[in-house]
Design a protein around this ligand. Structure first.
Ligand code: FMN
Length: 350
């Protein structure tokens, strides 16, 4: 009950204030494990990226930007957590206000611009706080860095031994020119350099690439070929969108930034399907964008995702969201006759 009240109050507060309060509550261990501990259905267990995930619901990048609360997030029932985006140097991000709740649309627009305490601090935090679950670290460049590839390499070499996977984020719409890295020659150069560094370090941490939903079929084809050629381990599909549907109702709908939540769901599923068909199950996809209940999680999986992530529905549905989705997903798999989650992957692409 108390969590429902806090959640309702947080929804009415300024979005960034609510977020920092949520981080403080989680940091101070305001969560009795007993309230959230839930035994997942065996059907939800899945082996991906060389790891066994107890369930497929992850927390997407952007919530725990500075890796302060991942161990509390595991207690909320999430099967994995992606922290970041972390940049090499500390930076404050764009001017406020820069996060807008579109309540009527169950969506958020953000133009945060990678506020980060920087890699040194994040590295120390993780070194002093061993993850109790599967951890990804999402990395990006500082706003003022001209040769952005250098920043990804710096982050990679600092973080690659501290997590289960590194996610290379080229898809935030809020860092000028970042999305230019989707171009064939640029992404090839970035991935080749990262793989070279990985070989130099004799490291084998999984490397994922997080992609924009605002791309056309030619770019999808090119990216699919490149990630396979460069032996990238997986994709995170998708980041927020800069497109705006005519159906949006909220007064904040014209704010500049990336749109997440329900209005992104279909676009993200279409991109997942297109990549799944091109990749032919050779590398896994983490599906993200509008996941908020069992059916929406299953839709991502049937579109071709092996795992899913969410952020916006944590804001709208509160801290029980991962457990609720896992419950519903387990029942849906049962009802539809799937022996395991794995059997449902890509079923809508056939
Ligand atoms: C406030 C906010 C901040 C975000 N920050 C990041 C970020 O730093 N790095 C990143 O890769 N994605 C970031 N995202 C995008 C999410 O990780 C996710 O891809 C997107 O929100 C779609 O999922 P959702 O509809 O479940 O929110 C952010 C999203 C929101 C709402």
């Amino acid at each position: 009950m108390i969590y429902e009240i806090i959640s309702t109050l947080l929804k009415k507060a300024d979005p960034e204030f609510a977020h920092s309060l949520a981080i403080k509550l989680l940091k101070n261990n305001f969560l009795p494990t007993t309230l959230f501990t839930q035994k997942n259905s065996n059907k939800l267990q899945i082996q991906v990226l060389g790891k066994v995930f107890t369930n497929p619901i992850g927390l997407a990048a952007g919530f725990d930007k500075n890796a302060e609360v991942y161990n509390s997030i595991f207690k909320l029932g999430f099967g994995f957590v992606e922290v970041g985006t972390v940049t090499p140097l500390a930076q404050s991000g764009n001017l406020k206000p820069r996060v807008f709740r579109l309540n009527e649309d169950k969506a958020i627009i953000n133009r945060l611009g990678f506020p980060s305490v920087g890699l040194d601090k994040v590295k120390k935090t993780i070194e002093n706080n061993k993850p109790n679950g599967i951890l990804g670290i999402n990395i990006g460049p500082n706003k003022d860095t001209e040769y952005k590839i250098k920043d990804y390499i710096t982050c990679f070499e600092n973080f690659c031994n501290l997590c289960d996977y590194i996610c290379i984020n080229i898809s935030s719409p809020n860092t000028p020119n970042l999305r230019d890295l989707h171009a064939k020659d640029k992404i090839e150069e970035l991935l080749k350099n990262i793989k070279l560094k990985q070989r130099e370090l004799n490291n084998s941490t999984k490397i994922l690439l997080k992609i924009s939903p605002d791309i056309n079929d030619t770019t999808i084809s090119e990216l699919a070929d490149i990630v396979l050629n460069e032996n990238i381990d997986g994709l995170v599909l998708t980041n927020t969108t800069i497109s705006r549907s005519d159906l949006l109702k909220s007064s904040h709908k014209s704010e500049v930034g990336g749109l997440s939540g329900l209005p992104l769901e279909d676009n993200s599923n279409q991109i997942i399907k297109k990549f799944f068909k091109k990749l032919q199950n050779k590398i896994p996809i983490i599906g993200v964008g509008g996941v908020h209940d069992g059916p929406s999680a299953l839709a991502k999986i049937k579109s071709g995702a092996s795992l899913v992530q969410l952020y916006t529905s944590l804001v709208y549905e509160g801290p029980l969201v991962a457990n609720r989705i896992n419950n519903e997903l387990g029942k849906l798999l049962e009802a539809e006759g799937y022996l395991s989650l794995k059997d449902a992957i890509g079923k809508d692409c056939i």
